[in-house]
Design a binder for this molecule. Structure first.
Ligand SMILES: [Zn+2]
Ligand SMILES: [Zn+2]
Length: 288
């Protein structure tokens, strides 16, 4: 057990939506798909949210450490961009290591394990689940607050095209919400049970990381695709007194020049409203 860690450190390992986009014009914000690490004070156990391609670099960063590597991976939903990095996470090939993989119910018999099993079949990939050496536990996550090693996790369902978790982590007296895929309801249909639940769930959280793949004009062509416009995310963040707001799940076609212009705009216009606001960037760390 480490006793030196007191702060909660949140690290972005992948910030893209839909597909990796390793073009050189994307390298400042990063080309890997969604993966977030929360460094939990008081334990060396890992807490990971989503296993997009960013999880490969996270695995490489810990693979040489001595002893057992343990942790939990909470997957929001099984769309490719959220699970594609899983078989490239090297710690799952160490026989001493232990990981629990959590996912909300997808209405598939066999739950989390069968979803991953179906993804890793010989037709699509050389590695199948039975070839993984680490001790893996598969958990179809119930929708209630559960306690783990140094934190609690709860979730509500997102407005997305499949059953998708909006995870809330309670840690060190702080609340972190990770919501990479969620379509905020705008316009006339706004009053709904979902909207009320969402506002109550997000009210006053210390850190919100939310889908902002589109802007208002690109959103209009993509209504119903399950993603939000950044303008609507900022408006919600202001309304609900969110302390730190990061927009993520960037469109693979949004290059660094577009994203950095938007980031500058967010600082100029809303920098004084939030404790911290910005676009998620691969490698960036938030200290809580
Ligand atoms: Zn996604
Ligand atoms: Zn999705």
């Amino acid at each position: 057990m480490s006793t030196h860690k007191r702060e909660v450190v949140v690290t972005f390992w992948g910030v893209r939506g839909s597909t990796p986009c390793a073009n050189k014009e994307n390298m400042e914000y990063g080309g890997n798909t969604t993966c977030l690490e929360v460094d939990v004070p008081g334990t060396d156990d890992m807490l990971i949210l989503d296993s997009g391609t960013g999880i490969r670099n996270l695995g490489n960063s810990v693979i040489d450490q001595p002893g057992q590597i343990r942790g939990r991976i909470f997957i929001t939903h099984p769309h490719w961009d959220h699970i594609q990095g899983f078989p490239f996470f090297k710690p799952i090939y160490g026989s001493k290591n232990h990981f629990a993989i959590h996912m909300p119910d997808q209405g598939v018999e066999g739950g989390c394990k069968d979803i991953l099993d179906g993804h890793l079949t010989k037709t699509f990939f050389p590695v199948t689940l039975d070839m993984i050496d680490a001790n893996l536990e598969y958990i179809t996550q119930p929708q209630e607050r559960k306690s783990y090693e140094g934190y609690d996790i709860d979730f509500m369902m997102a407005n997305h095209t499949v059953e998708t978790a909006i995870y809330k982590v309670y840690i060190n007296g702080k609340q972190i919400v990770f919501c990479p895929d969620n379509e905020l309801i705008v316009g006339d249909n706004r009053q709904s049970a979902y909207q009320e639940e969402l506002e109550e769930f997000l009210e006053g959280v210390d850190l919100l990381i939310h889908d902002g793949q589109y802007n208002r004009s690109s959103y209009e062509e993509k209504r119903g695709w399950g993603h939000s416009a950044w303008e609507d995310v900022v408006a919600l963040g202001r309304k609900l007194d969110i302390k730190r707001l990061f927009i993520t799940h960037h469109d693979p076609d949004s290059d660094d020049s577009q994203l950095s212009a938007l980031d500058d705009h967010l600082q100029d216009k809303f920098g004084s409203v939030f404790k911290e606001i910005g676009l998620a960037k691969e490698g960036y760390q938030i200290f809580l």
